[in-house]
Design a binder for this molecule. Structure first.
Ligand code: WTA
Length: 662
C-alpha cells in the first residue's frame, strides 16, 4: 500500500514537471523508422491539392481508374473521381488475397469471457461473399439500405463488407442505442434488411436484442429480411419467411459473389449522428473519395507497417471512428487489428493492457474519456503488463486536457511513444487535423496541423480569418472523404454546413484557435451538440426524450463540464401541474431517456425548476443555464422575459450544492 502511494506521488510530481514542457519532438528512434520524416508531403499537397488527392486515389484498386478528380460544378454538392469504378470490399479483402496474404490475421478478436478468434483475410473473403449472396437472394441490391445492429463481434465487419460488395449502403447503429433509436434510423433510411444478434453481452450479463428488435419491426414495413447472428445462443423467435440465422444462411449460400463494379460516387454508407435538432442527421459517405482519405490517413497518421504492426482502435464499430479505423482503414492497408467485445473494466480494469501485451499491440488509438477513466483507476493496472511493444498512441473524439495527455504519454507510452491527437468528425470521414508523428512535434492539448490537402482556418462571424484568438473552425477546400449530403435531406445539408460561410467553405460547428506555429486548439462545439465521453448527442434530442415523459411539462438540456466524461448532461425540468420532484422521479426520467435513446443519453443531473429562463420570443437561454449549472457569475440577463426566474434557479442550485457539501 505504502509503495503504491509513494509511486503515485512520484508520478504526480513527474507529470507536474512535464506540464511545463510545451512541445514533444518525435523520439529519435521513432522518427528514424517513420514513413514520413519531414514536411515534403505537406509541401507537395500545397502546390497542387487536386493532384495530391489524385495520386492517393490511384493507390486504390479500381475497375476503371478515374480521369476526373474534383467536380465542383454544383457546390456544395462536390464529386470526386466520378468517372472511376471500384468496390470497397475488393480494396479491403480481395487485393490482399491476390497478393498471397489470405493467411494474415485481420482481427484478433477477444470476447468478454476470454474467448479468442483469429479472423484472417481469407476468412473475411469467404464469409463476406456468402453473406453478400444471402442478401442478394433476398432481393437486396445496389442502393438498398441495410441496417446493422450488432455488438463488437467480427460479424459486424463481415456485414459491412458484404453490403459494400453488392453496393447496398449500410446503416450501422451503435449497439448502445435503444431499439427505439434503431427503429427511427431504420424508418428514416427505409432499410430493406436488418442484420442483428440474438443477444448482447456486457460485463458478464446478457441483454436480449432480437426480442427488442421484434418489438418495432411491425412499424418498419420496409424491412423484409432479418438476419440474426447467434451470439449468446439465447432462445429467440424467428418469423418464417423473414428471419434467418446468420450461420445457417451463410452455410447454405453460394460461396462466390463477384463484386459489383460501382461508381466512385456510389453511396457506401449512412451513419446517423446528432445535430442541432431532435432529428438525427443521416450522414452519407460515398465510395472512392472516402476510401482514398481513410486509406491514406490510416497508413500515415498511424505510421503503419502492415508486416509488423498490430493496430488497436478501441472505439465501437457503431461510431464513425470504428467505420474508418476498425473496418475500412486497417483492412485496406492489410493490417492486423485487435477487436474487443467488452468494456475496459471487465473482467478487470487491466483488460486493455492485458490484450495489448497478449497481441503485441504496437499502435493504440482511444478516446480522452477512456484515458481519464484509466487515470482514476490508477497506474497499477497498466503496470501489470508488458507494454513495451507500443510505439505510437492516438486520441480522438474530444479535446484532451494536457494532464491526461501526459499521463498517457508517460504511463502507457513509457515516454517512448509519440501521441497523435486526431481531430475529425463523422462528416469529414477521416482524420483532418493532427501531427504526422515522425515529422512534427506534438503539443499536449492541441491537435496539430491540417493534414496535407486539407485547408482549415479559424474565422470570425463574418468569415474573416483570425489568429491567436478563438473563432469558428472552417474547412476551406473540399476533400475527397467529406460527406456528400444528409440522406434525403439536401436542404438540411446546405443549411447546416454551407450557409454560414457560403457554398465553398464547410462550417464545422467547433470553436478553435490557431497559435503561432499554426497548431489548432479545438475548444468544443458552438452548436447545441453535447460531447459525452466522445459521443455526440444533441440537446434537442435529449430534451424531446425527457419531455415525452408524461409527468414532464418542459425541459432544457445543457452540456456541463465534467471531469470524467468531458461533458455531462444536465436537464432542467419543469413538472406538470403541482407535481413535486423526487429521487424516484429522477430515476424514472433517466430510465425513460435510456429507453428512448440509450443509456448514454441519460442526464447525469436533473434540476427541478418551476420555470425556465426564456427570451421574450420564448427561446430558452441555454447560456444562462450553463452559468447556473457550473456556478459561474450570471451573464447578461437583460433579454429575459422574467429575470427573476434565473435568479431563483441560481439560488436553488447554490443551496443544493451547499447541502451536498454538508
Ligand atoms: C469533437 C468523432 C477536439 C469535435 C471522430 C468534433 C474533437 C466532434 C477531437 C465530432 C479532437 C473530435 N480534439 N475535439 N481530437 N475529435 N472532436 O462526429 O467537437 O462523433 O466536431 O466524430 O468531436 O464527433 P464525431
Amino acid at each position: 500500500m505504502e509503495v503504491a502511494s509513494r509511486n503515485t506521488a512520484r508520478l504526480e510530481q513527474e507529470l507536474g514537471e512535464l506540464l511545463e514542457r510545451e512541445r514533444f519532438d518525435p523520439p529519435e528512434e521513432f522518427a528514424a523508422n517513420a514513413l514520413v520524416r519531414d514536411e515534403s508531403l505537406h509541401e507537395e499537397a500545397a502546390r497542387d491539392p487536386e493532384a495530391w488527392w489524385a495520386k492517393l486515389a490511384r493507390e486504390l484498386e479500381w475497375f476503371t481508374e478515374p480521369a476526373q478528380v474534383l467536380d465542383a460544378s454544383n457546390p456544395p454538392f462536390f464529386k470526386w473521381f466520378a468517372d472511376g469504378k471500384l468496390n470497397a470490399s475488393v480494396n479491403c479483402i480481395d487485393r490482399h488475397i491476390e497478393a498471397g496474404l489470405g493467411g494474415r490475421v485481420a482481427y484478433h478478436w477477444r470476447g468478454e469471457e476470454g474467448e479468442e478468434r483469429d479472423v484472417t483475410y481469407a476468412d473475411l473473403h469467404r464469409d463476406v461473399q456468402r453473406l453478400a449472396n444471402v442478401l442478394k437472394d433476398r432481393g437486396v441490391g445496389p442502393g438498398d439500405v441495410v441496417g446493422i445492429y450488432l455488438p463488437m463481434i467480427p460479424e459486424v465487419a463481415v456485414a459491412m463488407l458484404a453490403c459494400a460488395r453488392i453496393g447496398a449502403p449500410h446503416n450501422v447503429v451503435f449497439g448502445g442505442f435503444s431499439p427505439e433509436a434503431v427503429k427511427e434510423r431504420m424508418q428514416f433510411s427505409e432499410a430493406k434488411a436488418l442484420i442483428t444478434a440474438d443477444a448482447a453481452r456486457r460485463k458478464g450479463k446478457t441483454a436480449p436484442v432480437k426480442p427488442a428488435v421484434d418489438g418495432f419491426l411491425g412499424e418498419v414495413p420496409s424491412i423484409e429480411t432479418v438476419i440474426v447472428v447467434r451470439n449468446t445462443g439465447a432462445d429467440v423467435e424467428m418469423k418464417e419467411g423473414r428471419d434467418l440465422f446468420y450461420d445457417e444462411a451463410i452455410e447454405a449460400a453460394d460461396p462466390e459473389c463477384p463484386p459489383e463494379e460501382l461508381d466512385a460516387e456510389h453511396p457506401l454508407y449512412i451513419l446517423y449522428s446528432s445535430g442541432s435538432t431532435a432529428k438525427p442527421k443521416g450522414i452519407l459517405h460515398t465510395t472512392g473519395g472516402y476510401l482514398t482519405g481513410v486509406a491514406w490517413t490510416t497508413k500515415y497518421v498511424f505510421d503503419l507497417k502492415p508486416e509488423s504492426d498490430v493496430f488497436w482502435c478501441s472505439a465501437d464499430v457503431g461510431w464513425v471512428t470504428g467505420h474508418s479505423y476498425i473496418v475500412y482503414g486497417p483492412l485496406m492497408n492489410g493490417v492486423t487489428s485487435v477487436m474487443y467485445e467488452g468494456a475496459p473494466d471487465y473482467p478487470d480494469k487491466d483488460i486493455w493492457w492485458e490484450l495489448c501485451a497478449r497481441y503485441g499491440v504496437t499502435v493504440f488509438y482511444t478516446a480522452p474519456t477512456a484515458i481519464r477513466a484509466c487515470i482514476k483507476w490508477g497506474a497499477e493496472y497498466p503496470a501489470r503488463h508488458d507494454l513495451s511493444k507500443l510505439r505510437l498512441l492516438g486520441t480522438v473524439g474530444e479535446p484532451i486536457n494536457p494532464k491526461a495527455w501526459l499521463w498517457y504519454w508517460k504511463v502507457i507510452g513509457g515516454g517512448r511513444c509519440p501521441i497523435v491527437d486526431t481531430w475529425w468528425q463523422t462528416e469529414t470521414g477521416h482524420i483532418m487535423i493532427t501531427t504526422l508523428p515522425g515529422a512534427q512535434f506534438a503539443k499536449p492539448g492541441s491537435g496539430g496541423r491540417p493534414l496535407p490537402g486539407i485547408e482549415a482556418a479559424v474565422l470570425d462571424e463574418n468569415g474573416n480569418e483570425v489568429t491567436g484568438r478563438q473563432g469558428l473552425l472552417a474547412l476551406r477546400r473540399p476533400w475527397p472523404g467529406m460527406l456528400r449530403t444528409l440522406y434525403r435531406d439536401d436542404e438540411r445539408y446546405v443549411e447546416t454546413y454551407f450557409s454560414k460561410f457560403g457554398k465553398e467553405t464547410y462550417f464545422v460547428g467547433d470553436a478553435a484557435r490557431v497559435d503561432d506555429d499554426g497548431y489548432f486548439w479545438v475548444i468544443g462545439r458552438v452548436d447545441d451538440v453535447i460531447n459525452v465521453s466522445g459521443h455526440r448527442l444533441s440537446t434537442a434530442e435529449v430534451e424531446s426524450a425527457v419531455v415525452s415523459h408524461p409527468k414532464v411539462a418542459e425541459c432544457a438540456v445543457i452540456g456541463q463540464a465534467d471531469e470524467d466524461t468531458g461533458q455531462s448532461i444536465c436537464a432542467f425540468v419543469t413538472l406538470e401541474g403541482d407535481l413535486e420532484g423526487s429521487d424516484e422521479l429522477v430515476e424514472e426520467i433517466r430510465e425513460h431517456v435510456a429507453q428512448r435513446i440509450g443509456k448514454l443519453a441519460r442526464p447525469k443531473r436533473i434540476v427541478w425548476s418551476d420555470d425556465l429562463p426564456k427570451t421574450r420570443s420564448g427561446k430558452i437561454m441555454r447560456r444562462l443555464l450553463r452559468d447556473i449549472a457550473e456556478g459561474r457569475e450570471l451573464g447578461d440577463v437583460t433579454t429575459l422575459r422574467d429575470p427573476d426566474v434565473v435568479k431563483r434557479l441560481d439560488e436553488l442550485v447554490k443551496e443544493r450544492a451547499r447541502e451536498g457539501e454538508d
